[in-house]
Design a protein around this ligand. Structure first.
Ligand code: FAD
Length: 337
């Protein structure tokens, strides 16, 4: 892969379990890979929707938490040195001089000979609270996901939301942060009952402040650093709380949007593919995982893994048509050192 420019044999759109395993399969075929995901973290649905849930139908793992599966897939892909472009959605693609040019929402251009679309139900993104100027603070003092809890050590944190993420993180960050406030627009939280009970116990001990029913109203700060947040109660009165970090947890939405406009054969929001090659109707574009459709398709992680292998073999054949196909087991081939 060219280091100066973002050029590779394959660009994978989507870093869910399917996209991650496709890195490995492409790597075994000697293909360089870049991966783009709209989320700040890899893992797709596993990370965004159910990281702590055990999965029981991954071969050779009688039980594995979704987050652990993603960690393992990342490790398995690492020898092939994939380049990750996270936190950005692929918004357009065009073909020019033998390469696909992918443009992202960060105005980055990524070039590749082939594309594998592993986009699940579409690009995940946070539901943003409608606050003026919020973009200026994002990823500096406003975060929609927690990657490293220790980065919030000694910070004054305001968590907004009433579901599992809001309540879980309020509980988990309380021992690390300087102060934690939990704000929700309703009186009752809709998180797991045990955690709701726990949050009230912590509140009783005055280790956390609960602000209900309140809504976020405005942000104050400069150069991306929050200084305070204005909040509004049911009567419409505004209060100001001093805050270093705001964590709005209002859920995720998914957007298939741009992919629908790329001229692919689409059937009920899925891309129609040939099941034995994962080819779409467009030359050098493949689709795998939840987004790919064919007769009797099952949306399972294990199915997506297999589709990634089909795509990688077909890409190798397509890019190097004069080479004799030389099938090798990983046991004999080994990994790059
Ligand atoms: P996803 O995991 O959906 O990942 C797609 C990624 O692509 C996302 O991160 C998205 O942000 C990104 N993306 C999309 N469009 C773009 C774009 N334009 N630009 C940049 N990025 C983009 N399956 C099982 O096999 N066993 C189970 O036990 C199981 N349990 C489940 C439990 C729950 C609660 C849920 C919700 C699902 C479960 N599944 C299970 C289903 C499984 O999670 C999916 O089949 C799997 O995640 C599909 O993987 P994927 O890589 O195809 O897509």
């Amino acid at each position: 892969m060219s280091k100066a420019k973002n050029i590779s044999d394959v660009a994978i759109i989507g870093a869910g379990p399917t996209g991650l395993f496709a890195i490995f399969e492409c790597g075994m075929m000697g293909l360089s890979v870049q991966v783009i995901d709209s989320l700040p973290e890899i893992g797709g649905q596993c990370t965004a929707l159910y990281p702590d849930k055990p999965i029981y139908d991954i071969p050779a793992y009688p039980e594995i938490p979704a987050a652990q599966l993603i960690e393992n897939l990342e490790k398995q892909a690492a020898p092939f040195k994939p380049k990750y472009h996270l936190n950005q959605q692929v918004i357009s693609i065009k073909q020019q001089s033998g390469y696909w040019h992918l443009k992202t929402s960060h105005d980055q251009e990524i070039q590749s000979k082939c594309i594998i679309i592993a986009a699940g139900p579409g690009a995940f993104g946070p539901n943003r609270p409608p606050l003026e100027g919020i973009e200026a603070y994002e990823n500096q003092s406003i975060f929609y996901m927690v990657r490293d809890p220790n980065s919030f050590k000694d910070k004054n944190i305001l968590i907004a939301g009433g579901g599992d993420s809001a309540v879980d993180w309020a509980i988990n960050l309380q021992p690390i942060a300087k102060s934690v406030r939990l704000l929700h627009r309703r009186d009752k939280f809709r998180a797991m009952p045990e955690n709701v009970q726990k949050i009230y116990e912590i509140h009783e001990k005055k280790q956390i402040e609960i602000l209900t029913p309140y809504q976020l109203h405005a942000l104050n700060g400069q150069d991306g650093q929050l200084e305070s947040v204005e909040i509004k109660n049911k009567e419409g009165q505004i209060e100001t709380v001093n805050v270093d970090v705001l964590l709005p947890f209002y859920g995720l939405s998914n957007d298939l949007g741009p992919i629908l406009e790329w001229g692919l054969n689409i059937d009920k929001n899925h891309i129609t593919v040939d099941p034995v090659t994962a080819r779409t109707n467009i030359d050098k574009i493949y689709a795998i995982g939840d987004i790919a459709a064919y007769t009797n398709k099952k949306k399972l992680i294990v199915t997506g893994f297999s589709e990634g292998a089909f795509a990688a073999y077909d890409i190798r054949r397509t890019l190097y048509p004069d080479e004799a196909e030389h099938f090798e087991y990983s046991t004999s081939k080994g990994l790059p050192s």
